[in-house]
Design a protein around this ligand. Structure first.
Ligand code: NAD
Length: 267
């Protein structure tokens, strides 16, 4: 399913964004969508693949940059955020980097649980706090400049998979961290919202939906009857980054093909 890109053309002209986990999947789609909307976009990823991925987009004329970095490392994230000074400052942060570890609940190790929380929750905290500090500072010098912080939560913030204890806990925490940021940053005109994807076709999903039976199970729980495309999440990032969403803060927007609505069916 191809999403329309025309609606956003030029919408984010003169803005600068950082997308963590921007080398692949949903993060890469956010980088593409934001840069197609005219935004100078820096993709940060722990995987060096980010360098070649951005080279490819630059060759298409998109205003993208790449930095190899780890969202768990406060000093690195601080430097990356400060580097936006050369592009006129920071307007949009998409805290997207995330990992999954699966194991039966009774078997999950501390190591696996901690690894997921470290990237998905603590990494997002570091990323968003550094972005917020920069944006608050900018607003002191240019009142009304604002800023938009977007976190990549999941339907698993509220729907549980028994084999993903760390992941479920991290995404539940991330949605509430986002509400907390919305309240703390509203006095500075900075908005914070989360996107909650359902099943989106990326490497992560391919590692979970490995056979036809698993695919059938995923589709049977998705009223729209298909797996989502990363581009469909990228478009939501553009909306949340843009003035079109200027009165939305503290929300999680679920893009799940109707999956959560099934919780309310009486059929
Ligand atoms: P992906 O594995 O394709 O991409 C994740 C990216 O994050 C990778 O490029 C990886 O290298 C990077 N990354 C991992 N650890 C990092 C770190 N410490 N520092 C910097 N970068 C790091 O996964 P995806 O499916 O595109 O997922 C992106 C986000 O969307 C994740 O937060 C995930 O939980 C969330 N999500 C995905 C789905 C889905 O169905 N694919 C559904 C709901 C939520």
């Amino acid at each position: 399913m191809a999403s329309s890109r025309i609606w956003a053309q030029g919408l984010l002209h003169d803005k600068t964004a950082i997308v963590t986990g921007g080398a692949a999947g949903i993060g890469l789609a956010c980088v593409k969508a934001l840069s197609q909307a005219g935004c100078n976009t820096i993709a940060v990823d722990i995987d060096e693949q980010v360098l070649s991925a951005m080279q490819g987009l630059r060759a298409q004329g998109l205003p993208v940059h790449s930095i190899v970095g780890d969202v768990r490392d406060r000093m690195q994230m601080q430097k990356i955020v400060q580097s936006t000074e050369a592009l006129g400052g920071l307007d949009i942060m998409v805290a997207n980097a995330g990992i999954v570890r699966t194991a039966d609940f009774l078997e999950m190790t501390d190591t696996d649980f901690d690894a997921v929380l470290d990237v998905n929750l603590k990494g997002a905290f570091i990323t968003c706090q550094e972005a917020a500090r920069k944006m608050v500072n900018q607003n002191e010098h240019s009142p009304g400049r604002g800023g938009s912080i977007i976190t990549m939560s999941s339907v698993n913030a509220v729907m549980a998979i028994p084999t993903c204890a760390g992941y479920n806990a991290s995404k539940g925490g991330l949605s509430n961290l986002t509400r907390c940021m919305a309240l703390a940053l509203a006095p500075h005109s900075i908005r914070a919202n989360a996107i909650g994807p359902g099943s989106i076709m990326t490497q992560v999903l391919q590692s979970v939906v490995t056979d036809e039976a698993a695919r059938h199970r995923a589709l049977s729980r998705t009223p729209l009857g298909r797996i989502g495309e990363p581009d469909e999440i990228g478009q939501i990032a553009v909306f949340l980054a843009s003035p079109a969403s200027s009165y939305i803060t503290g929300q999680t927007i679920y893009a799940d093909g109707g999956r959560m609505a099934l919780n309310y069916t009486c059929e």
